[in-house]
Design a protein around this ligand. Structure first.
Ligand code: BDR
Ligand code: CA
Length: 310
């Protein structure tokens, strides 16, 4: 089976961790590397957490790079209230033994893309700082990217402020660089991820797989659930980042529309909002496929099957 070359840029983060596990469980991908960024927790945690998850899945050969330690312009904001102080609250994982790669994450992105003989897919699960800096430093990477699938934003609502989603709020200037780059983008935002809920029944199905991976996943998801269930009054916590990997595996689980999206970087009130022009009001050409619906049952079936294979 031909595999799809993939770079995953992330800020683990509990849902990032589940996304990495879903990718590791999927032979459809050739994972060229994982780049990490400051986001849910500071960079020393996100790079270490990525390596912990590689080791949990017995994927010590995967190369992990540390990227940018802060957003492009704004002051860093993290999300320990959701993911805990370490970013992987609920998990009991040893300090990683596999090395952190010496190259900077942005340098890895640029050198890997520039040397690629076939276009590479980039999955982004955190603030877009690394990709934005790579685009500024070397625009020659643009034709080397097959597509970028982004967890971030929303047409409808925010989860940090009333209008902004965390990944875009954490670095709106970077998000703006990416959305004005001309790259083929797919945006999977809160409109969709707030329908992909880890209900108590689904959590028990994950736990019932009864492997070390499933055990750690269920323990992380149990604590991660508390914040979102309380804040949003939903019957489970949204599994944001794994939607990106599921989309790459099974795009028919999702429905999207090509639309114009701009990122607000000026307004204090709506800082970081993704302005999604659902009705073509701005007369601008579409710059992203915005995912608006997901088949949550199909998503959890895929996740359960794949997690059980690890
Ligand atoms: C996004 O923010 C982070 O907390 C999650 O990992 C996800 O990437 C959801 O808004
Ligand atoms: Ca994330």
């Amino acid at each position: 089976m031909p595999t799809r070359p993939l770079i995953i840029d992330c800020d683990p983060g509990i849902d990032d961790a589940i996304a990495l596990l879903l990718a590791f469980a999927s032979p459809e991908f050739e994972i060229l590397g994982i780049t990490t960024v400051a986001g849910n927790v500071p960079l020393p945690f996100t790079q270490s957490n990525a390596r912990k998850i590689c080791e949990l899945a017995n994927r010590r050969e995967v190369r992990v790079y540390a990227g940018c330690p802060r957003p492009m312009m704004r002051v860093m904001e993290t999300a320990e209230r959701v993911h805990g102080k370490t970013g992987l609250q609920g998990a009991t994982l040893p300090e990683p033994e596999m090395p952190l790669q010496p190259q900077h994450g942005v340098e890895f992105l640029i050198s890997t893309l520039m040397q690629a003989s076939e276009p590479i897919t980039v999955a982004t699960l955190g603030p877009l700082t690394n990709l934005a800096i790579a685009l500024i430093q070397e625009p020659g990477i643009i034709p080397k990217i097959q597509e970028v699938v982004i967890m971030g934003g929303a047409a409808s609502q925010g989860n940090v402020t009333a209008s902004a989603e965390f990944n875009f709020y954490a670095d709106p200037h970077a998000a703006s660089v990416v959305f004005t780059s001309g790259l083929p983008l797919t945006m999977i935002g809160l409109d969709v991820t707030h329908t992909v809920l880890t209900t108590p029944e689904r959590l028990e199905q994950i736990r019932a797989i009864a492997t070390p991976v499933a055990h750690q996943s269920a323990n992380m998801l149990a604590t991660y659930g508390t914040h979102d269930v309380e804040k949003f009054g939903m019957p489970g916590s949204p599994l944001h980042d794994p939607c990106v990997i599921a989309y790459l595996l099974q795009p028919d689980l999702f429905v999207g529309k090509s639309l114009y999206v701009a990122i607000e970087t000026q307004s204090e009130l709506t800082f970081g909002k993704s302005v999604v022009d659902l009705w073509g009001s701005h007369g601008q050409p579409a710059n992203a496929q915005v995912i608006l619906q997901a088949n949550a049952a199909g998503f959890y079936q895929l996740l359960l099957e794949r997690l059980a294979s690890l």
